[in-house]
Design a protein around this ligand. Structure first.
Ligand SMILES: *[C@@H]1O[C@H](CO)[C@@H](O)[C@H](O)[C@H]1NC(C)=O
Ligand SMILES: *[C@@H]1O[C@H](CO)[C@@H](O)[C@H](O)[C@H]1NC(C)=O
Ligand SMILES: *[C@@H]1O[C@H](CO)[C@@H](O)[C@H](O)[C@H]1NC(C)=O
Ligand SMILES: *[C@@H]1O[C@H](CO)[C@@H](O)[C@H](O)[C@H]1NC(C)=O
Ligand SMILES: *[C@@H]1O[C@H](CO)[C@@H](O)[C@H](O)[C@H]1NC(C)=O
Length: 427
């Protein structure tokens, strides 16, 4: 690689923590020209997603390179970094480097992330060339509205932890449009005791909770103490939890496992689907189950539960496919204009625009489901709706927000909860 290329790829990789992007292509003399993709795969720290996502991406890359109908004249090569360069990411947020960042955007780097769910990234002004195979956390909203309408719930309460992600997820305009009134709104920073007491005092019945797992335990311990559960209440949770989150020992609460289990029974939760639930051979000719089996063998017997990013691995795999298919599409369009991919540099607007356009119109079956992006570059995906029944989560339906299609299993259970007008009516 030429020095400039190396600089650009190192720098831009750190622009947004987890992104796959085209770096550069040189060496015209070889039979197959190399295309470099710069990527960040954190192996330790808060989210060691690289542990499973890197093998997944490498698997995708190998398959792409073996295919004769995708970029036949090129070989893709991954250049990746661990957290060691993360400090640069933080430096970028200081004003000194801002100029360089602006210049980076001018240079128009296509970026594709597999691990970011923050709604803040859905901003074409700030991130004009950003795409992600990871759906935005706001994807829960249309699902929620759909369910409220299905169950004819017109009056809801919310309780949320005050962090940016939950504040943007709870964005209320959609709920209002659907004619649903938010009658009570409570928030808390770390201790939910007062907020839960207020819910009780204000006679909340259908309660939407947005918080992380640790806070969820605190909330439901308070819920138990305030008797804010049972046939008069419905809880609807949005968060990222382990399956047995309410049974995990936690010194910050003093409720027993039995008490917690009683308090959380019957709640509904939505989860973004990251593994294709259907048995289809997508663009890579692998079903999601075959993908998982291959990934497991690549991990060499490591426990998936203890391997960072195992859940997101299908997104990393599909990110490489999205990029490869987009580049393949670009080759044809460039040829018509008299360019080749290897003429790529960050100052050539024609080429970067074509790559952007190709990514923008991505549509293929991946191991994580159908891969399409919305106008902000965020992945559109299915959500899974589950209910805690007898202490374990049962799938009760799927929602496809691109088609507005709710697939319902009809196995939801509402013991003692019927026909209380405005609060809940469950046919
Ligand atoms: C790659 O592009 C070529 C030529 O534009 C096209 O014929 C081929 O179908 C594409 N491959 C895939 C997998 O879409
Ligand atoms: C533990 O629970 C009891 C009531 O069951 C309560 O009086 C006490 O304050 C709680 N202790 C802590 C540390 O939360
Ligand atoms: C896809 O995979 C199946 C099963 O491994 C195989 O039989 C089939 O030939 C493959 N198709 C292509 C186009 O590679
Ligand atoms: C990208 O797609 C969106 C719709 O999904 C469209 O509004 C936008 O104009 C497209 N951008 C380009 C550059 O094609
Ligand atoms: C809705 O989803 C179900 C189950 O996946 C499927 O059978 C049905 O064809 C879908 N309907 C539409 C309109 O997409």
């Amino acid at each position: 690689m030429a020095p400039l290329c190396r600089f650009v790829s190192r720098f831009s990789v750190t622009l947004i923590t987890l992104s796959v992007l085209l770096s550069c292509c040189c060496r015209p003399a070889l039979a197959k020209k190399k295309l470099y993709i710069g990527a960040l795969f954190p192996m330790s720290g808060g989210w060691p997603g690289g542990q499973a996502c890197l093998p997944a991406a490498q698997m995708a890359l190998q398959l792409v390179n073996e295919r004769t109908d995708i970029l036949p004249d090129y070989e893709l090569e991954l250049i990746y970094y661990d957290r060691t360069v993360l400090f640069l990411f933080f430096v970028i947020h200081t004003s000194l480097i801002k100029q360089v960042v602006m210049r980076g955007f001018e240079l128009f780097l296509p970026q594709l992330s597999y691990g970011s769910s923050s709604p803040a990234l859905s901003n074409r002004q700030r991130f004009p060339t950003f795409f992600r195979t990871h759906p935005s956390a706001t994807l829960h909203n249309p699902t929620r509205v759909q369910l409220f309408q299905k169950w004819k719930w017109t009056k809801i309460a919310t309780i949320q932890q005050t962090t940016e992600v939950f504040t943007s997820v709870s964005h209320v305009s959609r709920v209002k449009e659907a004619g649903i009134e938010i009658s009570v709104r409570q928030s808390f920073l770390t201790d939910p005791a007062v907020a839960v007491k207020n819910l009780k005092r204000q006679d909340a019945r259908i309660i939407v909770g947005l918080f992380y797992e640790t806070e969820a335990r605190k909330v439901f311990c308070e819920v138990y103490k305030e008797k804010l559960f049972g046939k008069k209440y419905v809880w609807f949770l949005i968060g990222w939890y382990a399956d047995n989150w309410f049974k995990i020992k936690d010194s910050s609460i003093n409720c027993t496992v039995e008490q917690m289990t009683e308090a959380v029974e019957g709640h509904v939760t939505t989860e973004i689907v990251m593994l294709n639930p259907e048995t289809v051979r997508g663009a890579s000719n692998l079903t999601s189950q075959e993908f998982l089996a291959k990934l497991m063998s690549k991990l060499g017997g490591k426990n998936p539960e203890e391997t960072g990013g195992f859940q997101e691995a299908p997104l990393a795999y599909d990110a490489v496919w999205a990029l490869a298919l987009a580049l393949n599409k670009t080759v044809g369009r460039l040829k018509a204009k008299g360019y080749r991919l290897e003429d790529f540099n960050y100052n050539n607007r024609d080429i970067t625009t074509e790559i952007y356009r190709a990514l923008n119109t991505s549509s293929f079956e991946g191991v994580s489901g159908h891969v399409v992006f919305d106008a902000q570059g965020s992945r559109m995906a299915w959500t899974l709706i589950e209910q805690l029944q007898g202490g374990s989560y049962k799938k009760i339906g799927y929602y496809d927000s691109t088609k507005g299609n709710l697939s319902w299993y009809g196995n939801d259970q509402w013991i003692g909860k019927t026909c209380i007008v405005h609060y809940f009516y469950i046919p």
